[in-house]
Write a protein that binds this ligand. Structure first.
Ligand code: SF4
Ligand code: SF4
Length: 401
């Protein structure tokens, strides 16, 4: 990317809109609210399958949060489950949580972290020989060190998308050992694509306690998903929902914002979803999301607000993978589309770049293609988005948020 392109990219795209903390007055409002001003309705809680953990229906996705004050405010506002991952902010996210929770009564919060398999071939979507029990446990031990904990509550194998991933012997051995050795109380898998298959494989395994899955009002086949969560619930597996805001916007220009409360409520209409982990980076978002803990009734008006408001299909890719085989280069399109959502929806450009870098994509992997043969079932403009977001590969980290 030349200097001019880089400047215009920074100006016209995601960087000008990266998440920022709210004004300090909001924090003060949060901290100083008198008891009578605070929530008075009972908090709606659900039990996370056979783990028996009772959770408010709204939890915190910490992925993009970098403010200890925000996490403390979340704890104070009644949030119990905090979700992080080995790779978030290159480990700083776990370190921040470790600092925040130092000295806090251990039984007052639930920590979930996610460790990815060491070796995945993204073209064939297969787990490579570098994925071993020891490699996985080594990463988990690094996470525990950062979190300043001997044990997390939930350990997920991160980002699996096939039955073979869920049932992979090295990963099963790793999570079994993690549980046996007390490094975690419960184990699960997280998934962004082929989710119904992953949920069924988790049931089949008899090993996993929880599945963390991406679901929101833009998902193309919600009935299939709900049938899978019902099967999981019958087997005692708890379901946690992520990506509930579908990127937060319908458009990359950020003119059409998603009604976040309505989006959370939509997800929670499935009684088999225990809790949602919306990402929060501001005190305003925290206040808005926590309000859903008292009222999950989805009004007609809220439902209408979630109706697709543009023909471009919104920001969210379902991760169905149906476009990956027809793609001439067998690109991991769902992952690239997720990077697009991170960049344009969340303003998380660095994280988007990391998703691309993990898959070793350079700028514009589509450049040699004469015709795009990858078609999206939802009509998302695949080539346009791949070309657009992959420009991040050429932008130095210090320019990114
Ligand atoms: S142009 Fe289409 S078919 Fe070619 S690499 Fe890009 S997404 Fe795949
Ligand atoms: S881009 Fe479309 S077809 Fe491809 S995985 Fe996403 S939703 Fe499915």
């Amino acid at each position: 990317m030349n200097e001019l392109d880089r400047r215009s990219f920074l100006k016209t795209s995601v960087l000008g809109t990266s998440a920022a903390l709210a004004a300090p007055s909001l924090l003060a409002r949060f901290q100083s609210a008198a008891p009578e001003e605070k929530n008075t309705k009972p908090v709606i809680r659900r039990t996370l399958g056979k783990t028996g953990i009772s959770l408010p229906v709204v939890s915190m996705g910490v992925m993009r949060a970098d403010s200890p004050a925000l996490v403390r405010a979340a704890l104070k506002s009644g949030i119990v489950l905090f979700d992080t991952a080995h790779g978030y902010q290159k480990g700083r996210n776990e370190e921040m949580l470790g600092d925040v929770f130092t000295g806090v009564q251990r039984s007052s919060y639930v920590i979930a972290t996610k460790v990815p398999p060491e070796d995945i071939d993204w073209q064939t979507n297969t787990i490579g020989p570098g994925t071993t029990k020891d490699a996985f446990l080594k990463r988990l031990d690094e996470s525990l060190l950062r979190l300043k904990l001997d044990s997390v509550d939930i350990l997920y194998v991160h980002g699996v998308s096939a039955r073979e991933h869920v049932l992979h012997p090295a990963l099963i051995a790793a999570v079994t050992e993690a549980k046996k050795s007390g490094r975690t109380k419960f184990v699960g898998v997280s998934t962004h694509k082929n989710m119904e298959t992953v949920i069924d494989a988790a049931v089949e395994s008899g090993v996993y306690d929880v599945v963390l899955a991406a679901i929101n009002f833009q998902y193309n086949a919600p009935e299939n998903f709900r049938k899978a969560t019902a099967r999981a619930a019958a087997a005692g597996i708890g379901i946690v929902a992520m990506k509930t805001m579908a990127g937060g916007y319908f458009d990359k220009e950020k003119k059409k914002q998603v009604n976040c409360k309505a989006a959370l409520k939509w997800v929670l209409q499935d009684p088999n979803i225990t809790t949602c982990i919306p990402g929060m980076t501001t005190f305003d978002q925290l206040q808005e999301n926590v309000g859903v803990n008292e009222d999950i009734k989805l009004t007609g008006e809220e439902k209408d607000s979630l109706t697709m408001r543009e023909s471009g299909g919104g920001m969210y890719c379902d991760g169905c993978s149906r476009c990956s085989s027809p793609c001439a280069k067998h690109l991991a399109v769902p992952e690239i589309m997720r990077a697009y959502m991170y960049a344009y929806g969340y303003g998380a450009t660095l994280q988007a770049k990391e998703v691309l870098a993990e898959r070793r994509y350079s700028a514009d992997p589509c450049r040699d293609c004469l015709i795009c043969t990858a078609e999206c079932i939802k009509g998302l403009p695949i080539r346009e988005r791949v070309t657009d977001v992959s420009r991040l590969a050429g932008v130095p980290d210090e320019f990114l948020a």
